[in-house]
Write a protein that binds this ligand. Structure first.
Ligand code: C2O
Ligand code: CU
Length: 526
């Protein structure tokens, strides 16, 4: 049994457990074997693949800079874009683009981003992978309220009265705006920012609230990795579209104001049937006969990806980094598995392909059209060689012997207020309950147990994967991770060293439907 069919088997086994046990809906068929979720079919004919050019999100320039800090401004607003030929799609965007503008930062300089919220609902911004003080980490109830004050009259009092959440906390300095400060005392890495509003992250990200934040440092610069137009951030998202080109999403309350959650079977996760890369369906990208750095981000709400190139590059896919930055040394792969929120930094050498070769990025976890992602077309010109450095970085190996405690968390389906939902160790998320009190400067082992696929993400501190079941880390677990891809029935152990800042942070499943349906918990660092 090869590795893919073994995983498929595990997925089906997981579905069986659910059907017999707690009755949580689980998509049947091949998509369900590799992702926990259900396909939401588009109501428009799917656009043909490989028609439109890949675009890169615009790079954001600071509005001003001083000796220590670069200051950025981002406006969140409703924007109309052409994603499908001949149709207009209404999006929620950062500065009018999907993905949002890319922020590039340098270690040693602070970044502040002032967000203005011209959207109809409160939002929250989280820098995913950022080592960020609590007040700028985008705690799920630290809202940026809408500039449109009528929001309060129309909704807030009502929502406040009904929900039990305190909607009027969060320390806003000004209505409609919030300034986030990112010290970015951390290694170079492919970070991303996205909405993190309590109960409503899934539909908000689905509508476009996600962007790259590429962080750099001297260690990375010394490697002279492919840069400029040879550094391609690729945000992969699956989406579904209605007949008029608008995005489909199965919200119980389409205004995203009062009742959170999704209809019926989509509680397991919403899977789209149109593959977008940087907002374009199945794009095509001309490349030169040289080596590219490709930063893969799975920004799907629930879909897992298994990516490879066809025809495969003779030098394989060379992984140089992951969630938390550079690996110690390159790892060669024939394919990569990415759970939602994970990043893989790879080098692809296109110099050995004949001019004109079409190289397709395949998704072996997708069926039909979702089995493809995008296509590279190799140009003419003489091949240029790039020598991949044998050593990339150093990473101190965390040691189990240094762990002062082991905590266990169960990620399982369960009841949340009499609805199907998702729990961590039997508890639904509440801003008021703390699942773990940890000490700054200490190391712990966390044992994470899953019923289905759960991409578990921990804020503040990256971790190292110690074990999966009785085995060691998996082939895609190397380096500093901030999200681990837990598979059905799996038990994994991770080592976390808590450093950076004191405060209250969250960890949660990054299947965004699971997160919105309560699969999140607090930990306090003191
Ligand atoms: Cu990417 Cu807490 O999230
Ligand atoms: Cu989950």
């Amino acid at each position: 049994m090869n590795s893919i069919s073994r995983r498929t088997f595990l997925g089906v086994a997981g579905a069986g457990i659910a059907a017999a046990g707690i009755g949580v809906p689980f998509v049947s068929g091949i998509a369900g074997a590799s992702s926990t979720g259900k396909v939401l079919p588009s109501r428009v004919p799917l656009p043909p693949p490989f028609q439109r050019r890949l675009t890169l999100p615009p790079v954001l320039l600071p509005t001003r800079s001083d000796a220590t800090t670069d200051y950025y401004d981002v406006v969140q607003s409703v924007t109309r874009a052409t994603i499908l030929p001949g149709l207009t799609t209404k999006l929620w965007t950062y500065n009018g683009s999907f993905p949002g503008p890319t922020i590039r930062s340098e270690r040693g300089r602070t970044v502040t981003v002032r967000h203005t919220n011209n959207l109809p609902v409160p939002t929250v911004v989280h820098l995913h992978g950022g080592r960020t003080p609590q007040d700028s980490d985008g705690y799920p109830t630290d809202y940026v309220y809408p500039t449109d004050m009528s929001y309060y009259d129309r909704h807030l009092r009502h929502a406040h009265a009904g929900s039990g959440h305190d909607m009027v906390t969060g320390g806003d300095t000004r209505q409609g705006m919030r300034t986030y400060t990112f010290p970015l005392q951390q290694r170079a890495a492919t970070l991303w920012y996205h909405d993190h509003r309590m109960d409503f992250t899934g539909p908000s990200v689905w509508q476009g609230l996600a962007g790259f934040h590429l962080h750099h440092d001297d260690e990375e610069a010394a490697l002279h990795l492919p840069a400029g137009d040879h550094d391609l951030p690729l945000m992969i998202t699956d989406r579904s579209f209605d007949t008029d080109g608008s995005l489909l999403y199965p919200s119980l309350d389409p205004t995203l104001v009062n009742q959170h959650g999704v209809h019926g079977d989509y509680v397991a996760g919403v899977l789209g049937d149109v593959m977008l890369v940087n907002g374009t369906p199945w794009p095509i990208a001309p490349v030169q006969r040289s080596t590219y750095r490709i930063r893969l981000l799975n920004a799907c709400n629930a879909r897992r990806l298994s990516l490879r190139l066809d025809p495969p590059p003779p030098s394989a896919i060379t992984q140089i980094g992951t969630d938390g930055g550079l690996l110690v040394e390159p790892i060669h792969h024939d394919h990569l598995e990415l759970a939602p929120a994970q990043r893989f930094d790879i080098l692809v050498d296109f110099s050995h392909y004949a001019p004109g070769t079409e190289v397709t990025l395949i998704n072996d976890y997708g069926t039909a059209a979702m089995g493809q992602v995008m296509r590279f077309v190799v140009g003419g010109g003489s091949p240029q060689a790039f020598r991949v450095p044998a050593q990339l970085s150093t990473i101190p190996a965390l040691r189990p012997a240094d762990a002062i405690t082991t905590r266990k968390f169960d990620f399982r389906a369960g009841d949340v207020n009499d609805h199907d939902g998702w729990l961590i160790s039997q508890a639904p998320f509440s801003p008021d309950s703390i699942a773990a009190h940890v000490r700054l400067g200490t190391t712990e082992i966390w044992q994470l147990n899953a019923d289905f696929h759960h991409p578990v993400h921990i804020h503040l501190s990256p971790f190292q994967v110690l074990a999966r079941g009785s085995g060691g880390p998996g082939p895609f677990d190397a380096g500093w991770k901030d999200t681990i891809d837990l598979r059905p029935g799996e038990q994994a152990k991770i080592l976390i060293h808590f450093d950076g800042y004191q405060g209250t942070y969250v960890f949660h499943c990054h299947n965004l439907e699971h997160e919105d349906m309560a699969m999140m918990a607090n930990f306090v660092v003191s």
